[in-house]
Design a protein around this ligand. Structure first.
Ligand SMILES: C[S@@+](CC[C@H](N)C(=O)[O-])C[C@H]1O[C@@H](n2cnc3c(N)ncnc32)[C@H](O)[C@@H]1O
Length: 287
């Protein structure tokens, strides 16, 4: 199965959406990945792979903890993200952060890496088993793979509340029924520990562990921004976009119902913070 549709989506419509809300992602997601990264002590000369690196903020953060001989390599299937990563690394003066375009399911990832890390970079693979196998192959013996993924949707109201609200109003168009490009499996595709641990084990990883991490994340500096964010990002945004003209026609009704749903997370300073819940999954390549 070709990943062309998914790659085009990440390079175009999703790249534009993520760019519009870049500051929310970078700050909100950083509070989660900072916690996950605390659990790894990289050697000064380590080689680390950042899978599905997006804007590359984790790659650059990891590179800064390494010595001059260490490297952090960010890989993403979307060249537009990689161009942004290279620009940020240049502006930050971080020479040991490197970036390359590749489809993690299919392409050579280089290596061997001492560790691989992915913050929300593994939930959109059409064929996740192939991607996990490829990541395993890129690791040195004994290498550790840490993934941060969302837990079940019910514990992630920052995404799921808006999804429920949109589904009550807008007809859901499945990926098979549309020619529009789409992101592939959604943000909750790695939420089930049994499925994920079976998959990791079946490709050859061992010592698989799940740690739950809950925190509130900022989804808008005010309610208007939080509604805009909900309308564009995650399953809610995808349902409206894939519904085409009908989605646009119903947008007003959705905005009205989102006022109440999102309003419950309003803080005294006007910003919106909603609960989120992630897994930190670690697994090792056998020695
Ligand atoms: C939700 S974003 C996360 C980005 C970043 N890690 C972060 O936390 O901000 C998912 C990323 O995975 C990338 N991606 C999706 N499928 C991929 C594939 N098959 N190979 C490589 N990257 C992929 C997308 O382009 C996107 O940048």
């Amino acid at each position: 199965m070709s990943n062309d549709v998914v790659i085009e989506a990440w390079n175009t419509v999703l790249f534009e959406k993520f760019t519009r809300f870049k500051y929310l992602f970078i700050e909100g997601y950083a509070s989660i990945s900072d916690e996950a990264l605390k659990r790894s002590q990289y050697a000064e000369d380590a080689k680390i792979l950042d899978v599905g690196c997006g804007f590359g903020d984790c790659t650059i953060q990891i590179a800064k903890t390494l010595g001059a001989k260490g490297t952090a390599a960010g890989v993403d299937c979307a060249s537009n993200f990689i161009l942004e990563c290279e620009k940020s690394a240049r502006e930050d003066g971080v020479a040991n952060a490197q970036f390359f375009v590749a489809d993690v399911e299919a392409d050579d990832l280089g290596g061997p890496y001492d560790e691989a890390f992915a913050r929300f970079g593994t939930m959109f693979f059409n064929l996740p088993g192939l991607a996990m196998k490829n990541i395993l192959q890129s690791l040195a013996p004994g290498g550790k793979f840490t993934q941060v993924v969302w837990r079940k949707r019910e514990d992630n109201p920052w995404l799921h509340d808006a999804e429920k609200c949109v589904k009550a109003i807008v007809p859901v168009v499945s990926h098979d029924e549309t020619d529009a490009v789409h992101c592939g499996p959604g943000p909750f595709s790695m939420a089930g520990p049994d499925m994920v641990s079976d998959m990791l084990q079946s490709v050859g990883f061992e010592r698989i562990q799940f740690e739950r991490f809950d925190s509130d994340i900022c989804i808008g500096r005010n309610i208007e921004e939080a509604i805009q964010f909900a309308l564009e990002i995650g399953p809610a945004g995808e349902i409206i976009r894939l519904a085409g003209e009908e989605g646009e026609r119903l947008r007003g009704g959705v905005i009205e119902s989102l006022q109440d749903v999102i309003g419950q997370y309003l803080r005294d300073d006007g910003s919106i913070w909603a609960p989120s819940s992630a897994w930190f999954i670690t697994a090792y390549k056998p020695e």
